[in-house]
Design a protein around this ligand. Structure first.
Ligand code: PLP
Ligand code: CA
Length: 313
């Protein structure tokens, strides 16, 4: 096999890695949990790294929940984390528009679920449950267009709000032709309209039984109809890493990215100049990692996050 990924990380290299880095960025699905189940040994590993004084950050490409939604998920799984430690691609879409001073008299059309809008009445962490609302950006679409149908009578036009100056496309289990046409009109009729993708994951693992069409399919629909390329905020694009590094003032060579997926997590780490650790507790198998056709090589790999527990002094 390729020498870079021939064998799991050795004990000495584990210790050297943990000693060398100040911050761990963990991908969520496949590293911390699988679906709704906690992965074995995660609470103990997180506790150990905290005791060692490491900064821990959790990053997910899944845009269906707001940061508050993820906080609740962590707490429900018995993991104590703080609101400032979690970053989702739903948050990143709002943070990106905020960073470019998106005009507050304009609006965003959303293809996606509640995480992007963030409107939830039951949040324990209101500032983290209002991603677009939280940065004062008006929005339409999302879940409220989930049941809409297009009427195709002769001469019929579909109207759209001319104040829409950005379209965000995130994972949407109620995507329909109305939303695709609305988003297409917004982008096509206003050349300045921003086109933002939360992530481009080709497949996602809604259940263990098979791979499901990921957000790449929803973004692909709008790319196809508009011939425009989206600005991507999720992994492997650098937006979230730059945001995190700036926010906490962390040097990138002091960060280790831990993820289960080569084309998102490990690419994100490699492109960003981070150290990278692949875990096999998610979607990548050892055979896939070591195959001739794979060119994405993490610095190290191991079976699961809890393998780090052996560095405990
Ligand atoms: N997008 C969706 C819709 C998902 O369900 C998932 C995983 O559950 C992801 C993206 C990937 O999430 P992560 O970046 O935490 O692995
Ligand atoms: Ca993952």
């Amino acid at each position: 096999c390729n020498p870079a990924v021939c064998a799991p990380i050795a004990e000495d290299d584990k210790r050297a890695l943990v000693d060398a880095v100040e911050t761990f960025i963990f991908d969520c699905d496949g590293v911390i949990w699988k679906g709704d189940s906690l992965i074995e040994g995660v609470p103990e590993t997180i506790a150990m790294l905290r005791d060692m004084g490491k900064r821990l950050i959790f990053v997910t490409n899944n845009s269906t929940k707001s940061r508050a939604g993820y906080l609740k998920k962590f707490l429900d799984l018995g993991l104590e984390i703080t609101a400032d430690e979690v970053f989702s691609s739903s948050f990143a879409a709002a943070a990106y528009l905020d960073s470019i001073d998106f005009p507050r008299d304009k609006k965003v059309y959303v293809v996606g679920e509640t995480g992007i809008l963030g409107a939830s009445s039951s949040s324990h962490w209101p500032p983290y449950d209002r991603e677009l609302d939280g940065v004062g950006i008006q929005h339409l679409g999302g879940e409220s267009d989930g049941d809409k149908k297009v009427t195709l009578a002769s001469g019929q036009l579909m109207e759209h709000d001319p104040d829409v100056a950005a379209v965000i496309v995130g994972f949407d289990r109620n995507v329909n032709y109305y939303k695709i046409q609305y988003a297409t009109l917004c982008i096509r009729e206003n050349p300045g309209c921003k086109f933002i993708a939360t992530n481009m994951d080709a497949v996602t693992h809604l259940t263990d039984a098979q791979e499901w069409a990921g957000n790449g399919s929803m973004v692909g629909a709008i790319k196809g109809s508009t011939k425009r390329e989206p600005f991507v905020v999720g992994k492997p694009a650098p937006f979230m890493l730059d945001y995190i590094a700036n926010k906490f003032g962390i040097k990138k060579n002091q960060i280790c990215m831990v993820g289960d997926r080569l084309d998102t997590d490990i690419m994100f780490g490699i492109d960003g100049g981070l150290r990278t650790l692949l875990v096999l507790s998610g979607v990548t198998s050892e055979t896939e990692l070591q195959s001739e056709s794979n060119s994405i090589h993490p610095d190290h790999y191991t079976s699961k996050l809890a393998d780090l527990l052996t560095v405990k002094k």
